[in-house]
Design a protein around this ligand. Structure first.
Ligand SMILES: NC(=O)c1ccc[n+]([C@@H]2O[C@H](COP(=O)([O-])OP(=O)(O)OC[C@H]3O[C@@H](n4cnc5c(N)ncnc54)[C@H](OP(=O)(O)O)[C@@H]3O)[C@@H](O)[C@H]2O)c1
Length: 341
């Protein structure tokens, strides 16, 4: 199947090209760029073994020449293009936040016009391990945000098991710089990021409503979280530490059984025992490493989760969703080991 990418010169787009090119059932189709033209290796020399050309967006041509379309575009783009592509019968996988929230919440947190409600209703949230069954029938797959992926994968098992005091959830997260995309920003200069650790959006990151929406859905109760992200001087990776009080007297063994039961058949979830998740252990791969620790002195549980933001947090999960949608084995094209050291 031919897969097109809109936003192909961004970090998410480049990672999609890398994955699709190695996928046995997908072929790199149209690579759309609004700002650049010519061979893709002019932008990305590491892809100089590919002969693809960047193209302007022509909707009819795009839908004629491709079976599936990935959008790796900033907020506010997919809400306009996805309906036009979907009504031409194509499968859309959107990496942006445009289809993850209710319209009024989207408007409040992204300060943009939401996608039309009829199309929003058709979108399925593609957190593969939790909503994979719905993804199988979806025409629009809304790929989760990078932080929500790392956080929800660690948190949802304990929410579903109803062992957490849901008013007590505190999330501390750290991300590498690619999480901010490839666009130029003064605050992302080497001199300002290197040897620095910076909290940002302490007053409200746009991933908060996404985490709260799907955490609430699984818990069956309204959840509000404290979430503070930090920028770390590294290229890729997210490490999340979650603190919450337990409402039930749980042993480490009970927690382990909850995670093992839920993720028994999940090829990309690695439950860590005898080690803690590290970004280096998942770099370049689609794995999410998860660990838990019971602090008996405080009665709190500490959850840790690590992903590569461009892989499980973006392009890797998008390809995993394409696999689920097409009925291919979930791991197709994604089974390589992390890059280490
Ligand atoms: N980076 C991550 O870790 C990550 C993780 C999960 C989700 N996401 C989400 O995925 C999306 C892409 O992220 P990214 O990191 O790849 O961003 P990026 O590096 O900034 O790339 C976005 C690309 O979108 C294209 N674009 C910009 N304005 C456009 C417009 N008005 N219409 C159409 N295309 C436009 C640009 O390519 P052209 O100039 O070539 O058109 C740009 O290279 C974002 O919504 C982001 O929130 C990112």
């Amino acid at each position: 199947m031919k897969a097109a990418i809109i936003g192909s010169t961004g970090y998410g787009g480049a990672e999609l090209i890398r994955l699709i090119q190695n996928h046995p059932f997908l072929e790199v189709g149209s690579l759309i760029s609004t700002s650049r033209a010519g061979p893709v290796d002019k932008i990305y020399p590491h892809l100089s073994h590919l002969s693809s050309e960047l193209q302007e967006l022509d909707l009819d041509l795009l839908c004629e020449n491709n079976d599936m379309v990935f959008l790796a575009t900033p907020p506010g783009v997919s809400s306009q293009w996805t309906p036009l592509i979907a009504e031409r019968g194509k499968i859309v996988i959107d990496l942006s936040g445009d289809f993850r929230l209710y319209p009024e919440t989207y408007q409040a947190w992204y300060d943009k016009e939401p996608a039309p409600i009829t199309w929003l209703k058709k979108a399925v949230y593609g957190l593969s391990e939790w909503f994979g069954r719905q993804v199988k029938d979806a025409q629009i797959i809304s790929n989760p945000g990078c932080y929500p992926t790392a956080i929800l994968l660690a948190l949802l098992p304990l929410l579903q098991a109803k062992v957490l005091d849901i008013s007590s959830i505190i999330i501390d997260a750290k991300s590498g710089v690619t999480g901010a995309g490839r666009g130029l920003q003064q605050g992302l200069l080497f001199t300002e990021v290197n040897e620095n650790l910076r909290p940002y959006k302490v007053d409200g990151h746009q991933h908060i409503p996404e985490i709260e929406r799907f955490a609430s859905q699984v818990a069956g109760d309204s959840i509000y979280i404290n979430f503070v992200p930090h920028l770390v001087p590294m290229n890729r990776g997210i490490l999340v530490t979650i603190y919450a009080k337990l409402v039930k007297d749980c042993s480490n063994q009970v927690l382990k059984e909850i995670y093992q039961t839920i993720y028994e058949a999940a090829p990309f979830i690695r439950l860590c025992e005898g080690r803690w998740p590290e970004t280096k252990h998942v770099q370049g791969s689609n794995y999410c490493d998860i660990a838990w620790h019971l602090n008996k002195r405080t009665g709190q549980v500490i959850l840790l989760s690590a992903i590569d933001n461009l892989m499980k947090g973006a392009a890797g999960q998008a390809v995993q969703n394409a696999n689920l949608r097409m009925g291919w084995p979930e791991e197709t094209g994604l089974t390589f080991s992390p890059l280490f050291p």
